[in-house]
Design a protein around this ligand. Structure first.
Ligand code: SAH
Length: 245
C-alpha cells in the first residue's frame, strides 16, 4: 500500500501562522521534507518524524527538483506518511501543483494544504491593507523571476489599477522599475519592501517606484523579501485622509 504525501504550506515564518490542518499533518508525519524558507520552529509539531532538508533558495546551492520528486516517491512507496513542507502557500510560487501532478502520474495520492503566503503576511504585518476600499480594487501576485527569463507584461500590470505584490524581486529592482515606468506607472507610486515578513527580525523600507532601487541599496535589502507596489503602500500617516476621501 502506498503512503500519501501532504504538500503543506508552513506560512511565512511566524509559527503561529501555521494552520490547524498543517499542524495535524505534521503531527502524523513520518517523513518531513522541508524547504529552507520554512521556519524550523514548526517542526515541534513533528516530534517523531525523520526530517530531510531539501532547500533550494534562489542563488544558493539547490537540491534538484527531480531528486525531491524521487525522494517523495520512494517514501510514499514505502507506505510512509510524507509531509512536503514549503514556505508560505504551496501553490503560490511553490511548485505545489507541479508536485501534486507528478505524484498523481506516479500513482501516489497527495493533498495540498494551504499556508499563508509571504506577500499577504508581509503586508498585514506592516499595516498595509492590500485591497483597501476606495484605494485598491484588487491585488496581483507576480514573480519577478521566471524559469525562462521571459519578460512580464509590465505595461498591463502598470495599467491594472491593482496593488502589485512582487515575489523574488530583490535582484530585479531595476527591471521592475523600468518596466512599470515604461508601462505608465508614476515614479512616485508608493512601494513597501518587506524582508523576513512575520519573523522577529522583519524589516520594512517604505519608498517609491522611482527611488526603490537606491533605497533598497542603502537599506541593504536582502532576500527573502516582497515588494508591495501601489497607493496602499504609502506611509500609514497618509491613510486616514485617503480613507475619508
Ligand atoms: N510559496 C512561498 C513563496 C516561495 S517563492 C509563499 O507563498 O510565500 C520565494 C519568495 O517568496 C522569496 O523570494 C520572497 O519574495 C518571498 N518570501 C518567502 N518568505 C518570505 C518572508 N518571510 N518574507 C518576505 N518574503 C518572503
Amino acid at each position: 500500500m502506498n503512503g500519501k504525501v501532504w504538500l503543506v504550506g508552513a506560512g511565512p515564518g511566524d509559527p503561529e501562522l501555521l494552520t490547524l490542518k498543517a499542524v495535524r499533518a505534521l503531527n502524523r508525519a513520518e517523513i518531513v521534507m522541508i524547504d529552507d524558507l520554512v521556519n524550523p520552529a514548526v517542526l515541534e509539531h513533528s516530534p517523531n518524524a525523520r526530517v530531510i532538508r531539501v532547500g533550494k533558495r534562489g542563488g544558493c546551492r539547490s537540491t534538484p527538483q527531480a531528486f525531491i520528486h524521487r525522494l517523495m516517491l520512494r517514501y510514499a512507496r514505502q507506505g510512509k506518511a510524507v509531509v512536503r513542507l514549503k514556505g508560505g502557500d504551496p501553490c503560490i510560487f511553490g511548485r505545489g501543483g507541479e508536485e501534486a501532478e507528478w505524484l498523481a502520474a506516479h500513482g501516489v495520492e497527495s493533498e495540498l494544504i494551504n499556508g499563508i503566503t509571504a506577500g499577504l503576511a508581509g503586508a498585514t504585518n506592516c499595516g498595509i491593507s492590500l485591497t483597501l476600499r476606495g484605494i485598491s480594487r484588487g491585488v496581483t501576485l507576480v514573480t519577478a523571476h521566471t524559469q525562462d527569463d521571459s519578460e512580464l507584461n509590465w505595461h498591463a500590470l502598470a495599467q491594472s489599477g491593482t496593488t502589485l505584490v512582487v515575489y523574488m524581486g530583490v535582484a530585479k529592482l531595476a527591471d521592475i522599475r523600468n518596466g512599470l515606468l515604461a508601462g505608465g506607472m508614476s515614479d512616485g507610486m508608493p512601494v513597501a519592501m518587506i524582508e523576513n515578513a512575520s519573523l522577529p527580525f522583519q524589516r520594512e523600507c517604505r519608498s517609491t517606484l522611482g527611488r526603490m532601487q537606491a533605497d533598497a541599496l542603502a537599506f541593504q535589502l536582502k532576500s527573502p523579501a516582497i515588494l508591495v507596489i501601489g497607493e496602499v503602500a504609502a506611509d500609514t500617516s497618509a491613510l486616514p485622509q485617503a480613507l475619508s476621501a
